[in-house]
Ligand binder design. Structure first.
Ligand code: AMP
Ligand code: FE
Ligand code: FE
Ligand code: ZN
Length: 275
């Protein structure tokens, strides 16, 4: 049974609407998927409903951007309730912050002679959670760059002229919130940040799992994370971080190997916590 626990849709910066992600997953041999859009759960109910029709189980997820001791951390939350007022209020604030940051990015770009209107970015994101990829797509549309990757490489990546850091909420806040709601958290695509020291501290603050399998993790990184997670008694997750077929990173949905047993373990934690 194919499992992919990290997928995006147009509810954030993916290119495929949430109701069409399950059929893409099904075509890739995936029967259990988590929709993990950036700072939103707005796509989950549509994905769940269409998944139900074709036999794809959809787990309610979210990829939270939070502050860790080294800088930005992406924290995956799973088994989230869709009707919790505290969670929604928090996510609304996060998305407001994303909007403010995009405005600042556009100001920086304008100071450098690159003029993109906020409405042009909004036209890309529609009602979705705003992100730099929407700015990048607006820049492609305006003919300023030839591709989304070029927009990041020249303007939007950390250290480039249009980069604006976010004022992120501390990781402990989101860990506590998700746990209180019966959910489970996993530290996403840690790459070289996934040191034993960092994993130990993440475990201490209540992070349940480590995203071991991810396209940014080569065999060496994932086997090290696997070893450290098991030594530390942390659970494991994995996913393709697919953003749609036209995404510049061209990852394949379902391309990473996520054992069904990993899902069962995080689900058991959720069941105990929610009881
Ligand atoms: P933001 O959430 O606004 O900080 O934007 C981060 C998102 O941009 C990530 O989730 C990716 O989807 C995308 N992204 C980050 N770096 C790149 C890159 N170099 N090329 C293409 N997309 C990228
Ligand atoms: Fe993204
Ligand atoms: Fe991420
Ligand atoms: Zn992601």
């Amino acid at each position: 049974m194919g499992v992919d626990l990290h997928l995006h849709s147009t509810a954030s910066d993916g290119t495929v609407p949430p109701e069409l992600v399950p059929s893409a997953a099904h075509a890739a041999g995936i029967h259990v998927m988590a929709l993990t859009d950036h700072d939103t759960i707005a796509g989950v109910s549509a994905a769940t409903a269409s998944g139900h029709e074709i036999g794809v189980r959809v787990i309610a997820g979210c990829e939270f951007s939070v502050a860790a001791w080294w800088g930005e951390l992406h924290l995956l939350g799973y088994f989230l309730p869709l009707d919790d007022a505290d969670l929604e209020a928090f996510l609304v604030r996060q998305r407001k912050d994303r909007e403010g940051r995009i405005t600042e990015i556009l100001t920086r770009l304008a100071n450098g002679g690159v003029h993109i209107k906020f409405d042009a970015v909004l036209a890309e994101a529609k009602t979705g959670s705003l992100g730099r990829p929407h700015v990048a797509r607006a820049m492609v549309n305006a003919g300023i760059v030839g591709s989304v990757s070029e927009a990041f490489d020249r303007f939007l990546a950390d250290g480039k002229p249009g980069f604006v850091p976010r004022q992120l909420v501390d990781v402990t806040y989101v860990v506590d919130l998700v746990r209180r709601l019966g959910g489970v958290t996993s530290a996403a695509h840690l790459k070289d940040r996934g040191t034993r020291t960092n994993l130990t501290r993440l475990r201490e603050i209540g992070v349940d799992a480590v995203e071991v399998q991810h396209p940014a993790h080569d065999a060496r990184v994932s086997s090290r994370l696997h070893q450290d997670a098991s030594d530390l008694g942390m659970l494991m997750t994995g996913g393709s971080d697919w953003h749609g077929a036209e995404n510049p990173r061209r990852v394949t949905l379902g391309a990473v190997d996520v054992p069904y047993a990993w899902l069962q373990k995080i689900e058991n934690v959720h069941r105990e916590r929610a009881a």
